[in-house]
Design a protein around this ligand. Sequence first.
Ligand code: HDE
Length: 695
Amino acid sequence: MAADSTYQTITGDGGELHQQTDAGGPHLTTNQGIVVADNQNSLKAGRRGPTLLEDFILREKIFHFDHERIPERIVHARGTGAHGYFEAYENAAGFSKADLFQRAGEQTPVFVRFSTVAGGAGSVDTPRDVRGFAVKFYTKEGVWDLVGNNIPVFFIQDAIKFPDLVHAVKMEADKGYPQAASAHDTFWDWIGLMPEATHMVMWQMSDRTIPRSFVTMEGFGIHTFRLIDAEGKNTFVKFHWKPKQGLQSQIWDEAVKTAGADPDYQRRDLYERLDRGDYPEWELGIQAFDEETAEGLDFDVLDSTKIIPEEIVPVTPIGRMVLDRYPDNFFAETEQVAYCPGNIVPGIDFTNDPLLQGRLFSYLDTQLKRLGSTNFHQLPINAAKSPVNNFQRDGHMQMNVPKGRANYEPNSLNEAGEDAGPRECPVKGYSTYAAQDVAAPAGDKLRIRAESFADHYSQARLFFRSLDKAEQAHLASALVFELSKVGLEHVRVRVLSNLVNVDPALAQRVADGLAMDVPPASATAVEPRDLDPSPALRIIRGPLEKHTLEGRAVGILIADGSDGDQIDALTSKIGDAGGKPVLIAPKVGGVKLKDGSLLKADAQLAGFPSVFVDAVALVLSDDGAALLTKEAAAVQFVMDAFGHLKAIGAADAAKPLLDKAGVEADEGVTDLGDAFLTAAGQRFFDREPGVRTLA
Ligand code: HDE
């Protein structure tokens, strides 16, 4: 309630009337524009009488409320969005005639939605899951949607399998659980029977599916697309989004604890970044190649379970995207945004990837179910920012009021003059690339998979062997965790026998972690091959790992008696380095510093575990530290920071707390000087074998 408005109780003939005094703002009305006199009491027959059906104000309000929910997305139900812009680089026009690429520096508005896949709309933000990375470009030539994920491959090669995949991973049909988790029987049962999913499963079990933040993820268009230039020349492309923030993931234990401490962690993180002006940025890059290169590869570029290693076809940056505004209204924008891979502009085109082709049908169909009308494109978040003119008419919730008699084409009613209706334009209009498949010309109608799609294991092996040692251990441990939740032993055995094809040593590690024997390898259509490792696939010690405080948070634990000068020095140095200092104290009201002054805290210790920050500093007095050794939340705060491989900077007085939390000296445990600021921008993976047993 606004400060200058108060509720009054007026007693009159009609009984009590509670009124909010007029604060000078707009009047409350019904949807028909009738000003409402009383928004607190329904219309009754007598002072204590029954409510009357006549009360159109009550009925309209409840009617609208009853229908507030729309069906959630069958996949990617949980997500959050942001507005921003795409800015083309100079070279972009060389590849495609698409208008948004033509002028270097020109900005095109975008709306991005990040999501998890398996969980419902009310599930948590940090399960182990693939993240959606969907971008809507409102170009001058219409809407282009690049609907991708944070992983460059997919589980299946053909769209016809998608419903089975999703049924298998979602809550089990009889039990209705688990929510937002792949660690259960039906998922692994299906995966074990689907060797083509193995490569994606390697990515899914890697640190990629527990990203630290939406802004520390790569994005991928996955399928091979085409760019068409002004002369009609085709270039095959794979789209990549490279985060300026660097790539960063959580430790699994950290992700689990984050889910409990703040189910909304990642959407809050995005909101807070935008709110404080810390705008995330990605470069859009393409792997560009021609037909000849495509034919020379030892897999099919139409197969979405394969990557083209960046070492073979490098990524060329063609523009950048900045997100700078959180939506005004979650429902109107984030919930109602309707992406569709079929939204495409001249200069970009599809390929015959059978997964992509299926998607071209699915998204339009699903929008009708969710948004309830073929006119969903008229919703502000979906509406093109370029002219839309056609003879499509009517339908539920038609927002436009078309003028004139002609609602068909061709027509000769108003051929001349301003009233002439829209007409096709072969010059500016979208024309599909006249693709000829030289390798396999179109022929009979067949329900088959090309043999070029048959190698399901070589790239799974490539991925595993390209990872850093620490990431390999995380991946193997994730497999042990997930398969330990599988009750059906034959399912575990089948998955293990597939893993033998990926890498016998990996299969052995996982089998050891399950206390099982390694079974013989499963049959393969094509013998897996050893490929050259691709370091670009690593997060840890990879090309996109960043040691920095920029955009990262440092938790400073304080208590009564803390030294104000030390706190000031630390917060300003963190701020100078682009980081966000967060003061955490036993009570949110603050602490009494050494000099007797009061310092307010940003967060209360019990509600702010160290999983929320990237590094921790303990600025404590002897008494403060002694008190906190008896405070479980404080001990856990430090223990988790150590276990999650974060830097810990501590004043000498904090030693008893470090000891109680089992912190052992290493290069990530420092004093509060400059060494801490350097350490705070990284994680200490070499510490890990000392704090947990990994497979
Ligand atoms: Fe989707 N997918 N998908 N998908 N997908 C949907 O559309 C579908 C696939 C992706 O933030 C749905 O509006 C089929 C690959 C994202 O709103 C639905 C197939 C990739 C989002 C649908 C796939 C994706 C969706 C559900 C197999 C990565 C969220 C709600 C052929 C390239 C977009 C909706 C948002 C959403 C179908 C496979 C990414 C049902 C049939 C591969 C990021 O239409």
